[in-house]
Design a protein. Sequence first.
Length: 379
Amino acid sequence: MASAHDIDIHDFDSNPSKGEPAHQHVDFRYVFYLADDNPPTITLQSEEVSGAQWLPMHKVTSPTLRAKLLHPQLDGQPEPVNASAIIHDGHGRYLLHLRDANKPWIWEPGCWSLLGGGREPQDRTLLDTVSRELREEAGLTVAGLEPYAVEYVTGTDGTRVPIQLFTGRWNGAPALLPLTEGVMLAWVRPEKFPCMTMLPSTRTLLERHAAEHPALADGPTRVAATVPAQAPSGTVLNVVGVHLYLERDGQVLLGLRHPDSAYGGGCWHVLAGHCEGEAATACLVREAYEEAGLVIDPADVELVHTLHMKDRPTDPPRVQLFFRARHWEGTPQLREPDKCVAWQWCSAKDLPEPIVSYTRAAIEGIRAGRVYTELGWSR
């Protein structure tokens, strides 16, 4: 990282041997900051300079040079020109941005990252920078952003730069934001970080923030466990499950659940997850990427079946929503092998066994053109 701190203009007489008339030289002098402890190899032009040396600020002994360094308030520490935001919902989830993978010239291509960017001339402060970036990238305004830390982040190309980090709290639906850069925004819990493509420095940073704020670990499910006081008498909370129905050439995508899975161990099941205080389509998009690496636009999904069920009399009722994706990107991958051990395209007419019973009921309903099924309710 470099910073210009001095300009010198001096006259040169004509030089007939070089065919040069009398002219002026304008010299720009820069201060270079090391981004890490490994100085780069420098090739000197002997006709210009005779030597070079990296020095810490306290070893600059020349009074004139030291005065020039101190005049613009250079202290030997690089000033961040980038700002990012750690946005959480107050219940343990972090808002992360999946960046484009096919643009190698951008920072962190193909990685889950924080929203943010570089300072521009109109930004008076780095708070202005991060606020502008949130608006430009995602149409997002977060009140009360506060400075958190200055951290060095190492990019995929090995570049190490300081970034001013801010924190803020927001609790909305990422799928409803007008994302202008990258692939998607999603709420993510720290336990998911090891399964995601993310820079180690970003993961370490977020894990540290989560460890410093243990009160945030109470998730939305726990917060919502009590029926609001204004709910009608007798109201019972229903768990909302979201399911991805992918079909091609008469086949549907099914996953074989891990034998030790808490639900449906050893059975075939569609890609699914539970809503975590988010819109159902946002949950679908998040789960599709987290579980199988599939990228889906919420605008490309449609609700094709709803199933209302009770497994056992003592269990809470469940509303199971099945969405068909008309388009998607990617090939199914085993991104959570502790939950799913295989993805397979199976005949919709001849579903494999064993299969989760309500999954079979929903697929049969979809193929028959029915939009609703009830299971487990006594009549």
